[in-house]
Design a protein around this ligand. Structure first.
Ligand code: KIV
Ligand code: ZN
Length: 511
C-alpha cells in the first residue's frame, strides 16, 4: 500500500477561521495531540505575521518530533523568519508560496514594478518563486512550494511554475484549490495533467490543499490522490478560512473504510481522532456541527425505529465504521467530589491532556468547584473544563464579581466588577434581559461596544445539574473573536464568555 502523507494545517490555516484565536499554550497542547494522532507534518504557523505566531512555532518546534513546517511568502524576510522559528525542530520544513492565478497576479501584483502587462507579471512571479525556493534551500533541505489559487490557474503556466520550483529545489509541490472552486473530476485531471506536463515531477511529492467553499474539499482531495497526489493538507474538524479546509478525519476515514477501492494508507491512529476533535473544538471555541461526519455528536446516533431495529439485529445494517474505531466511546461517569488529584490527573492524561504539576493544581481546584455543584463529573465536563478560560494565562480582564436581578415585572439589572491589572472597575446597567444587562454593564466598565455576532448556550452533558457552556462571537475592527465560558450557572458562563472574547480582542491589540 502506498502512503499518503498527512500535513496538518489546523494551527495555521485552521487558526484563520473567523474568531478562532489560540494562545501559545493551547497551540502547544494541540501540537502534542497531533503528534499522538501521528500526523506526518504539523504546519505550526506563519511566523512573520506576529510575535505570538513566531513564539508558538518556536515552542512547538522544541516540543514535537514530527516535521514542523512554517509558512512564508516568497520574500526573504518571511523565509528567514520562518527558519528562525523552526531552527530547533528535529525535522523542519519551510513552506513558501506565490500567487499564480491571473486573478491573484493582477490583484496582488498590480504595481508597474512587477511588469506592465499580465505576461510580464507572470514572468516576475515565476522568478520570485524560483528565488524564494532557492533562498529557503540555503536554510533547510525540506522545502515546500505552493502555487496559491492553483485551482483557477492556467494549466500551462501552473506546469511552468511547478517545474521552476522543483528546479530550485522544492521537495514538495503543493496545488491548492484556494477558493474551493474546482469539481472533483476537474481537480483530479489537473493533478494528472501536471504529472504529464512537468518534466521533473518525479523529483518532488505532489501535495494538495483544498478549501471547502462548495463542500467539495474532501472529494477533491480524494480525487487528487487517485491521480497522483501523495500529500494532503487538511485540518481537524475541517476548520479554516471561510467554509474551511478539507477535514483530516473525513479523508483518513474515507481511505480507511474504503480499503476495497484504495491502495493507500496513512499513519494516523484513528482511535485518537475523537479526542483530537474535542481538544481542537474546546480550545478554538468552534463548535462541531452535530451532523458532522466522523466527529459530530450524531455521527453514530440511530434515531428512527427502523434504524434502531436494524442495528440491534446487525450493526453492519447502518454502520460503516464503529464509533470505537475513531475513539468516540460513550460518555462515562469518571469522577465525583471524592475523587483525588491523582484520579483527575490520570483521567485527563487518558483524554489527551499532558499537564504539568502546576497546571494539575489549577485544574484540580476548578474540578472540585464543579464536583461540589454537580456530583458526577463526566469526560465531557473535563474536556470542557480544559477548553475553558481558566487555562488562558494571558487574561487581561478578569470578572471578579457579578450580581444580576431579573424576573417577571422587573427591569433586568446587572452589576459587575472587573479586575484590570491591580485596579477594579465597577459598573451597573439595565438591559432587555439578564444577559443583555450583563453585557451592557461590562461594556460600560471597559468603555467599549463590540458587536455581538453570535451567542450559543449548550448543555455539556445530560441532566439538570449539567454544566452550561456559552460561546459568544464578537466583532470589532472588522475581525471576529470567540469567547467561551463554562459554569453550572449559564448567567455566569455568559459573562465569562463575553470577557474571554474581549480578552482575545485585547491581546491582539496589546501584542
Ligand atoms: O489556501 C491556500 O492557498 C493556502 C496556501 C498558503 C497554501 O493556504
Ligand atoms: Zn489555505
Amino acid at each position: 500500500m502506498e502512503k499518503i502523507i498527512i500535513f496538518d494545517t489546523t494551527l495555521r490555516d485552521g487558526e484563520q477561521s473567523p474568531g478562532a484565536s489560540l494562545n501559545v499554550y493551547e497551540k502547544v497542547e494541540i501540537a502534542r495531540q497531533l503528534e499522538k494522532l501521528k500526523v506526518n507534518v504539523i504546519e505550526a504557523g506563519f511566523p512573520i505575521s506576529s510575535p505570538e505566531q513566531f513564539e508558538a512555532v518556536q515552542r512547538i518546534s522544541e516540543q514535537v518530533k514530527v516535521i514542523v513546517a512554517a509558512l512564508a511568502r516568497a520574500k526573504e524576510i518571511d523565509i528567514k523568519t520562518a527558519y528562525e522559528a523552526i531552527k530547533n525542530a528535529e525535522k523542519k520544513r519551510i513552506h513558501t508560496f506565490s500567487s499564480t492565478s491571473d486573478f491573484h497576479i493582477l490583484g496582488k501584483f498590480g504595481d508597474e514594478k512587477y511588469g506592465s502587462n499580465l505576461e510580464e507579471k507572470r514572468k516576475t512571479v515565476l522568478q520570485m518563486s524560483y528565488d524564494a525556493v532557492a533562498y529557503a534551500k540555503t536554510f533547510c533541505d525540506d522545502v515546500e512550494f505552493s502555487a496559491e489559487d492553483a485551482g483557477r490557474t492556467d494549466i500551462g503556466y501552473l506546469a511552468d511554475i511547478i517545474e521552476t520550483a522543483i528546479d530550485a529545489g522544492a521537495t514538495t509541490v503543493n496545488i491548492p484549490d484556494t477558493t474551493g472552486y474546482t469539481m472533483p473530476f476537474e481537480f483530479g485531471n489537473m493533478i494528472a495533467e501536471l504529472k504529464r506536463r512537468v518534466k521533473n515531477i518525479d523529483k518532488a511529492i505532489i501535495s494538495v490543499h483544498c478549501h471547502n467553499d462548495l463542500g467539495l474539499a474532501v472529494a477533491n482531495s480524494i480525487s487528487a490522490i487517485q491521480n497522483g497526489a501523495r500529500q494532503v493538507e487538511c485540518t481537524v474538524n475541517g476548520i479554516g478560512e471561510r467554509a474551511g479546509n478539507a477535514s483530516l478525519e473525513e479523508i483518513v476515514m474515507a481511505l480507511n473504510v474504503r480499503k476495497d477501492l484504495f491502495d493507500f494508507q496513512t499513519d494516523i491512529i484513528t482511535k485518537e481522532i475523537y479526542t483530537t476533535s474535542k481538544i481542537v473544538s474546546g480550545f478554538t471555541g468552534i463548535i462541531v456541527q452535530p451532523n458532522k461526519a466522523i466527529v459530530g455528536e450524531n455521527a453514530f446516533a440511530h434515531e428512527s425505529g427502523i434504524h434502531q431495529d436494524g442495528m440491534l439485529k446487525n450493526r453492519n445494517t447502518y454502520e460503516i465504521m464503529t464509533p470505537d474505531s475513531v475513539g468516540a466511546v460513550k460518555t462515562k461517569i469518571v469522577l465525583g467530589r471524592h475523587s483525588g488529584r491523582h484520579g483527575l490527573k490520570a483521567r485527563l492524561f487518558e483524554l489527551g491532556y499532558n499537564l504539568t504539576e502546576e497546571e494539575i493544581d489549577k485544574a484540580y481546584k476548578r474540578f472540585t468547584e464543579i464536583a461540589d455543584k454537580k456530583k458526577e463529573v463526566y469526560d465531557e465536563d473535563l474536556r470542557t473544563l480544559m477548553g475553558d478560560e481558566f487555562f488562558k494565562s494571558d487574561e487581561f480582564y478578569h470578572l471578579e464579581y457579578l450580581q444580576v436581578n431579573a424576573g417577571i415585572n422587573l427591569i433586568p439589572t446587572a452589576t459587575v466588577q472587573i479586575k484590570i491589572k491591580n485596579e477594579i472597575v465597577q459598573e451597573s446597567s439595565t438591559g432587555d434581559g439578564p444577559i443583555d444587562a450583563i453585557l451592557n454593564a461590562i461594556d460600560r466598565a471597559l468603555k467599549i461596544k463590540p458587536k455581538v455576532e453570535d451567542y450559543h448556550v449548550r448543555s455539556v452533558t445530560a441532566g439538570r445539574e449539567a454544566m452550561g457552556e456559552v460561546t459568544i462571537r464578537i466583532r470589532s475592527d472588522n475581525k471576529s473573536y470567540i469567547g467561551k465560558g463554562v459554569s453550572t450557572d449559564i448567567i455566569e458562563a455568559s459573562a465569562k464568555a463575553y470577557i474571554q472574547a474581549i480578552n482575545h480582542f485585547s491581546n491582539k491589540i496589546l501584542s
